[in-house]
Design a protein around this ligand. Sequence first.
Ligand SMILES: [Mn+2]
Length: 324
Amino acid sequence: MAETCVKLADFLEGVNKLGIAGHVRPDGDCVGSCMGLYLYVTENYPNIETHVYMEKSKENFDYIKAMDKVENTINDTDFDLFIAVDLSDMDRMAVAGEEFKKAKKTLCIDHHISNTKFGMVNVVVPDASSASEVLYDMLEEDKISHDTATAIYSGIVFDSGVFKYESTSEHTMNIAGKLMSRGVDFQTIIDEGFYEKSYVQNQILGRALLESILLLDGKCIFSAVNESEMIFYGVSPNEMGGIVEQLRLTAGVDVAIFMYEIAHMEYKVSLRSKKYVDCNKVAGYFGGGGHVRAAGCILKGTEHDVVNNLLIHIEQQLKEKGIL
Ligand SMILES: [Mn+2]
């Protein structure tokens, strides 16, 4: 297990003004790592003026401290250091894009295999469970408070699928254990940060499952939600999390495709696999990326065309691996 030995303290030396930003449509790891970093710095380095930038999240992370300090727009300039967390590509940065580029120093803390190393320094550990795990390794253990631990634990829980994805390692569990020793309320974090869904989220999940179809001899499952359905149920793009994972759990399936319309004939595609399909490779053909077992991309065309384009690559991989 590759761990980083780069320490955050080295980057904070001489810094008066710090910016922190994550990716668009923030998920649990994005929120956990951004807020974990924000809380750690504000608690241990009170003299540094620290700003954290994120898009509004519909998910319930109210139990994480200082969520009210998150800025949705950027008004400050002249940052000594800007840190991007859980962000694979500059194009996906939320809120802070231009100011990040203008900062004196930039640092990228991430775990995406597709990371483009856009920071001046890049701490990227592709086999880590989460950006929150990479962040943890950069911090001094005895300076991690209960509040910081809560944020980091949330990020790890979210991106490891509650400690079950392949990226979960002995090291991940050791970190989780150390965070538990800070008294984090792990039951609430797992319920509210991962499993809890709003009523409309459950409705759209139900709809997606009902309309799903099996393809490639039952090795692949597919479902899509179009714009008019999203309007009908009153769901927004950041409420679509978890659907692809439920599809993936279908018996006999190796790979799940879930997509929803983000503009007319333009789809946000999510891919998840169990053992065989390299999702990062499939998404990569279409300009996207992510991880081997979880990746995404954006594709234009009719629903039918988009699925067929994806299936060509998925079928090829399943055949190469002798599964079809
Ligand atoms: Mn992540």
